[in-house]
Design a protein around this ligand. Structure first.
Ligand SMILES: Nc1nc2c(c(=O)[nH]1)N[C@H]1C(S)=C(S)[C@@H](COP(=O)(O)OP(=O)(O)OC[C@H]3O[C@@H](n4cnc5c(N)ncnc54)[C@H](O)[C@@H]3O)O[C@H]1N2
Ligand code: MOO
Length: 430
């Protein structure tokens, strides 16, 4: 297949096209206990004022009237609210979370008051009428009760119909706890996005030392995990023989939302992917990207609307394809916002072909030359400043050693950059 590099999408266009090609998968209602880690599809709203009633934040007495003593006339405990109004000059025992009755002035904490008999002795059960006294500190007037002290008004945290969590984000434990507090039994989330993994290539060995002309398979041991890190639900990879029929049948047999294949993207004698996609009537959305490595990566839409990403067989090229196409596609299918690129400052000149971006694994090094380098995510985290990005060794498309030790991946523009250049920084998914 002949590809004119000038007509190829740029790295940025291909990255954006993969996101744009994805329609979020349908939503479903799930019980709250299943919602953490799922992507919210409809806003989580408060079904009531939260808290529902005006309640006490402390154990003690709720009193009516600013100054005591107050006659003790009842109690308002969590689950056993006092339903009548508190008359002036009276008090009720109240627990944290207990409903504050109408007529209340404020809550006096139990450690700042005492219950006494009419003649001022410490009151015990059976002593008859009891009076609540505020016990002032030795050096001043009672600090409590004050107007509204330790009282949480109904609706303090949320009013009924308030949006508590906006859609388009992965639900966290406290968000789901909040939804429960606000009266929800379930939430509407996108259903999981599934992926199938097909590893092509007759020369790949799955264990032991490869013979001459063979390589150890770099994908089956890691791709399922990498796919899961991108939020895709997947099982182990399937190995596919290097024939057209095998490729067609293997793709046809996949039921997942996304089919990820490795190898066979080029036009070599044993590269069947393009031919298989033609047989299957697939539409190519991206067919090669102006980038190195990973140039032959492709994104296709199968006839039934599912997506297929063809990752090149070279290990680093395949990883470039994951970062360029699979990650934005997965985000779009899951109903999440697109990737936010960081920015990194280069420690030295980094070359790139005239017409292709270059994806370069890098390590962070101190800014000893004063190039003013910083990585935004470090600054946001309030940690390191003055950090530069230096390309790793082992940048060949058939290698993984550089990426294996990298802190991130630079997207170096066509033509390369000088030292001190600000370059987009692809965060790693692991
Ligand atoms: N005449 C041309 N040849 C090639 C071109 C080109 O434009 N014209 N592009 C090159 C580029 S760039 C890449 S990248 C590769 C893409 O190759 P394929 O996707 O077709 O993959 P294969 O040919 O099957 O394998 C390439 C390479 O990767 C090794 N490989 C394959 N699978 C695995 C695996 N599971 N684990 C580890 N290594 C694997 C395979 O042994 C080959 O060495 O094409 C270039 N050629
Ligand atoms: O894209 Mo190839 O990945 O340049 O080796």
């Amino acid at each position: 297949m002949d590809h004119d590099s000038l007509l190829e999408p740029s790295w940025a266009d291909a990255h954006a096209a993969a996101y744009a090609a994805a329609r979020p998968v349908p939503a479903e209602r799930v019980p709250l206990v299943e919602a953490v880690g799922r992507v919210l599809a409809e806003p989580a709203v408060s079904l009531m004022d939260l808290p529902r009633s005006t309640t006490s934040a402390m154990d003690g007495w709720v009193v009516s009237g600013e100054t005591g003593p107050w006659e003790l006339v009842g109690s308002s405990l969590a689950g056993h609210p006092m339903r009548r109004a508190l008359a002036p000059g009276t008090a009720a025992v109240i627990a944290t979370g207990g409903v504050v009755p109408a007529g209340a002035f404020g809550v006096l904490r139990r450690e700042l008051g005492s219950v006494r008999t009419a003649d001022g002795r410490a009151w015990t059960e059976g002593d008859g009428p009891a009076w609540v006294h505020a016990d002032p500190p030795a050096d001043g007037p009672p600090a409590e009760p004050a107007a509204g002290s330790h009282v949480r008004p109904a609706g303090l945290e949320a009013a009924q119909a308030d949006v508590l969590v906006a859609p388009g984000r992965v639900l966290t434990p406290p968000q789901v706890g909040l939804a429960a507090m606000a009266g929800n039994d379930g939430l509407t989330v996108h259903r999981p996005v599934t992926a199938a993994l097909l590893v092509m290539g007759d020369e790949v060995r799955h264990d032991g030392l490869p013979g001459e002309g063979e390589v150890r398979d770099a994908f089956a041991p890691q791709l399922p995990h990498l796919a899961r890190m991108l939020g895709l639900v997947t099982g182990p990879a399937t190995f596919v023989a290097d024939t057209l029929d095998a490729a067609v049948e293997a793709i046809r047999a996949c039921e997942a939302d996304v089919v990820l294949t490795t190898g066979g993207t080029a036009a070599g004698p044993a590269d069947y992917l393009h031919r298989a996609l033609t047989v299957l009537g697939a539409e190519l959305v991206v067919d090669t990207v102006a980038m190195r490595p990973g140039h032959p990566v492709l994104l296709a839409r199968l006839q039934d609307g599912r997506s297929l990403v063809g990752l090149p067989g070279n290990p680093l090229s395949a990883m470039a394809g994951v970062l360029t196409i699979v990650r934005p596609l997965a985000l779009g299918l899951r109903g999440l916002p697109p990737v936010v690129l960081g920015r990194a400052v280069t420690a030295g000149a980094v070359g790139a072909p005239a017409h292709d971006s270059r994806l370069v694994p890098y390590v962070r090094v101190p800014d000893v030359d004063g190039l003013g380098g910083l990585l935004e995510r470090d600054v946001a985290a309030g940690t390191t400043r003055g950090v530069l990005a230096r390309p790793t060794a082992w940048l060949g498309s058939g290698m993984l050693r550089g990426l294996a030790g990298a802190d991130g991946v630079l997207v170096v523009p066509p033509g390369g950059v000088q030292a001190g250049a600000v370059v987009p920084d692809l965060p790693l998914p692991w």
